[in-house]
Write a protein that binds this ligand. Structure first.
Ligand code: SAM
Ligand code: SF4
Length: 468
C-alpha cells in the first residue's frame, strides 16, 4: 500500500483541509503515516499569515528534499506536494526555491489532487485557481473508520474566504472572496460525523459569522439559523464556531448563546487592538467602544461566557498611548484566553507599504507585556472554576496512566482520574486544581450541569476586580 504523510500548519481551516486531502488520497489507495520518512507522498499544508510561518515551510522543504534524495538512493520515488496558503501566494516561486517540490496546489484546488498528481508525474505542476464554489461538491465523504480515528470532536468548514480586507491580512488574497456552503451539504456532513460518534462540532470559516448560505427552504440562512438546525442532529452535544468578526455578530447569534444548550459558552471574537486610531488604520470598521458594547450584549445573553480574542502589537504607527489602550481593553474585558502576535508585514497588503513600521525591540517589549496580562486573566478565569462542578466531555487518554482528558464547555483542557472506558462520555467533574495548562478534577458524586440542560453553576467571567 502507498503511504502519505500530511503536515498541516496554521489555522483550523488547514486542519480541516488536511483531513479532506487525506480522504481524497485514501480513495487513491494511500494510507496515512505519521512521519515523512518512508512515505511515498509528503504533503505540506501551509500557512501564509505571518512571515515566520512562511520561513518554516522553506526550512521544512529543505529537510524533505534530503529525505527524498535518501529514499531515491534506496529505489523509492518520493513526491513532495505543497498545499495551502503559501502555495496560493507564492505559486511558481516555491519550485524555483526548492526544485524537489513536484506539485503546488492552492486551498481551492485540492479536490483535483488525483489528476494533478498524475500530471506531476510527467512535469512539475501548479494549480492555484481561486474559484471555490465547486470544491466542496467534489470532496469524498470520510469513511466511518477515518471519522472514528479522528476522535469525537470535529471541525466543519461552513464558510471560506473574506471580503473584509483588514490592512494587515493576506486571507482575502490567499483564500479568495467570501463563500458560504449550502445548508443541505453541511448537514449531510454533520449527520455523517454524528453517526460515527462525533459529539462536538466547531463550525469554521475565516469569517464564520458572516455565513449566509442557501437554506433548506431555498432562502438565505445566517449562522444562528444554521446552528439551530445543527442542534437538532441526534448525538451532537456541543457546538462552537470560529472565527468571528465583531461587525457580523447579529442579535440572532447572540440569542443562540442564550437559547441553545448545545451552543457552548465560548466565543472567539478577535478585536486586534484597543486604540480607535489603530482600529481605523487596520480597516476594522469598528471602535473599541463598539466592541465593549457588543461584549456587554453577549454577556447579558450568556453571563458565564468565556471570551477570547486575537491581538496584533506593533501595527505601523502604533504609539505607546495606542498600546496602552490595548492593555486597558484586555484588563477591562478579562478574556479567558487570547492569541497575540507581533505585526508581520505581508506582501501585497496595504499595511506593508506604510513607512511607520514599529522597531522590532519595541514590538518585543509590547508583546511581552500584553502576553503577561493575557496570561494573568487566563489564570484568573481558570482559578475561578476551582471548587465548581462542570460538564466535561472526555475525549482521549490523559497524560498519565489512569487519566482521561477532556474539555469544559469553556474550552479548557481537564484531566481526571477515571476508568479508561469512558471516552465519549459527558461527565460532571468537580474542578480541584488549576495547573498552568490544564484543570484537574474528579467525577462529581451528585449530578450537576453546565453547558448542558441543567442549571448554570459556572462562574462569571473574571472581571476588573480580579485584575491585579
Ligand atoms: N478572521 C479573523 C478576524 O477577523 O480577526 C482572523 C483570521 S487570521 C487567520 C488570524 C489572526 O492572525 C488575526 O486575527 C490576526 O490577529 C493575526 N494576523 C493576521 N495577519 C497578521 C499579520 N500580518 N501580522 C500579525 N498577525 C496577523
Ligand atoms: Fe483577515 Fe479576518 Fe480581517 Fe478577513 S476579517 S481580512 S480574515 S483579519
Amino acid at each position: 500500500m502507498k503511504t502519505v504523510h500530511i503536515k498541516s500548519f496554521g489555522c483550523q481551516m488547514n486542519v480541516y483541509d488536511g483531513q479532506r486531502m487525506a480522504d481524497i488520497l485514501g480513495e487513491q489507495g494511500y494510507a496515512e503515516t505519521p512521519t515523512p520518512e518512508g512515505a511515498d507522498l509528503i504533503l505540506l499544508n501551509t500557512c501564509h499569515i505571518r512571515e515566520r510561518a512562511v520561513q518554516k515551510v522553506y526550512t521544512e522543504l529543505g529537510k524533505l528534499r534530503d529525505i527524498k534524495t535518501a529514499q531515491l538512493a534506496n529505489g523509492q520515488h518520493t513526491r513532495i506536494v505543497v498545499a495551502g496558503c503559501v502555495a496560493q501566494a507564492e505559486g511558481a516561486e516555491i519550485q524555483r526555491r526548492q526544485p524537489a517540490v513536484d506539485l503546488v496546489v492552492g486551498p481551492q484546488a485540492y479536490h483535483r489532487l488525483p489528476e494533478l498528481l498524475e500530471q506531476a508525474q510527467r512535469r512539475r505542476t501548479i494549480d492555484t485557481d481561486l474559484p471555490i464554489d465547486d470544491k466542496f461538491g467534489h470532496l469524498p465523504a470520510p469513511k466511518p473508520a477515518a471519522i472514528r480515528a479522528r476522535g469525537i470532536s470535529a471541525f466543519v468548514t461552513v464558510q471560506e474566504g473574506c471580503d473584509k480586507f483588514c490592512a494587515f491580512c493576506v486571507v482575502p488574497y490567499t483564500r479568495g472572496a467570501e463563500f458560504s456552503r449550502p445548508v443541505a451539504q453541511i448537514m449531510t456532513e454533520i449527520e455523517r460525523l454524528a453517526a460515527s460518534g462525533v459529539q462536538d462540532v466547531t463550525l469554521i470559516g475565516q469569517n464564520v459569522n458572516a455565513y449566509h448560505g442557501e437554506g433548506q427552504d431555498g432562502r438565505v440562512w445566517g449562522l444562528a439559523r444554521l446552528m439551530h438546525r445543527v442542534a437538532e442532529v441526534p448525538g451532537i452535544a456541543r457546538i462552537r464556531y470560529s472565527t468571528s468578526h465583531p461587525n457580523d455578530m447579529d442579535e440572532d447569534l447572540i440569542a443562540a448563546h442564550r437559547d441553545l444548550p448545545q451552543v457552548m459558552p465560548f466565543l472567539h471574537l478577535p478585536v486586534q487592538a484597543g486604540s480607535d486610531r489603530m482600529l481605523a488604520a487596520m480597516n476594522r470598521k469598528h471602535t473599541a467602544d463598539d466592541y465593549r458594547r457588543l461584549i456587554e450584549r453577549v454577556r447579558t445573553a450568556r453571563p458565564d461566557i468565556a471570551l477570547s480574542s486575537d491581538f496584533i502589537v506593533g501595527f505601523p504607527g502604533e504609539s505607546d498611548a495606542d498600546f496602552e489602550e490595548t492593555i486597558r481593553l484586555v484588563d477591562e474585558i478579562g478574556f479567558a484566553s487570547s492569541y497575540s502576535f507581533k505585526y508581520s508585514p505581508r506582501p501585497g497588503t496595504p499595511a506593508a507599504d506604510l513607512h511607520t513600521q514599529v522597531p522590532a525591540a519595541l514590538m518585543d517589549e509590547r508583546l511581552q507585556r500584553l502576553q503577561a496580562r493575557i496570561e494573568h486573566h487566563r489564570q484568573a478565569f481558570n482559578h475561578a472554576l476551582v471548587g465548581r462542578t462542570v460538564e466535561v466531555l472526555l475525549e482521549r487518554v490523559g497524560r498519565h496512566p489512569g487519566q482521561l482528558a477532556g474539555k469544559t464547555p469553556y474550552l479548557q483542557a481537564v484531566q481526571i482520574e477515571t476508568e479508561a472506558n469512558q471516552i465519549g462520555d459527558r461527565v460532571q467533574v468537580v474542578i480541584e486544581r488549576a495547573g498552568s495548562n490544564s484543570l484537574f478534577g474528579r467525577k462529581a458524586e451528585v449530578p450537576d450541569s453546565v453547558g448542558g440542560d441543567g442549571p448554570l453553576t459556572a462562574p462569571q467571567t473574571p472581571s476588573k476586580e480580579l485584575a491585579a
